[in-house]
Design a protein around this ligand. Sequence first.
Ligand SMILES: Cc1ncc(C[n+]2csc(CCOP(=O)(O)OP(=O)(O)O)c2C)c(N)n1
Ligand code: SF4
Ligand SMILES: [Mg+2]
Length: 279
Amino acid sequence: MARSVLDYRGKLKPTWCPGCGDFGVLTGLFNAFARLDLDPNNIALVSGIGCSSRLPGFTSTYGVHSLHGRALPIGQGIKLANPGVEVIVVGGDGDAFAIGGGHFPHAARRNIDLTYVVMNNRIYGLTKGQVAPTSDINFRTVSSPYGNFEEPINPVAFAISVGATFVARGFSGKVDQLTDLMVSAIEHKGFAFLEVISPCVTFNKVHTYKFFQERVTPLPSDYKPDDRTLAIEMAQVMEDKIYTGVFYLKEKPTYQDWLERISGGVEKISPEELLLSQK
Ligand SMILES: Cc1ncc(C[n+]2csc(CCOP(=O)(O)OP(=O)(O)O)c2C)c(N)n1
Ligand code: SF4
Ligand SMILES: [Mg+2]
């Protein structure tokens, strides 16, 4: 019998504030797991530290609630040691782009076969509302009382530029689309990055559900996710419209594919083949 979302629910009820966007992300993940009929005993959910990073604790799967900014190295280690395990790394914008920012580009360019879901609320929620690397210019918080003057990172544009092979954006207020994106990200062979716009209803009073509901728009129906330059351009549209959907998709050998080729040290990979695989 096929599994249902109930098979993935943990014993602990989420401790997020009522209305937190992360509820939508958890629902989307449960839907995606059920649709793919994944065995909960074969899923490893890995997180760092933050409100969003609490997510693995609310599921029945295996999980590691690790150190701030260190979820990706741990997720990569799990995948390399157990290639058959479905590894899904989750966390916040601070975890991914501030303290963990050094790990992101290397996991992406390595094209290691895992899914990375970043819940972007443009703030540090857990520590009560400090400015984040994704916060807008002039955004006022307890740690930026005169307004933020640091250029924000655009997670989707960043992920494409460092070599991720599946790059998408969803919104926790649109769970059906989010579920579809999660299914595609999990099915993708390689480094799949999914930014989820996930409002912090307690500390971010600017980037609210209403703010996003007025702007979030699916990518045009004739959009094709095979042009890196166009994908980065579309990702950076941030004023009247904020696009959601799959921005960039590329099939290429994963890190594990290369490892398999050289295991035993018998087979040589020609420089031509390596170069061709990057095209
Ligand atoms: C090494 C270390 N530095 C700082 C902290 C404090 N800290 C915990 S969570 C966090 C930021 C969380 O922001 P984000 O990753 O965006 O998650 P959110 O709570 O917004 O979901 C910080 C700075 C910590 N736990 N460990
Ligand atoms: S503080 Fe913000 S991010 Fe954290 S649980 Fe509450 S609403 Fe969610
Ligand atoms: Mg955050």
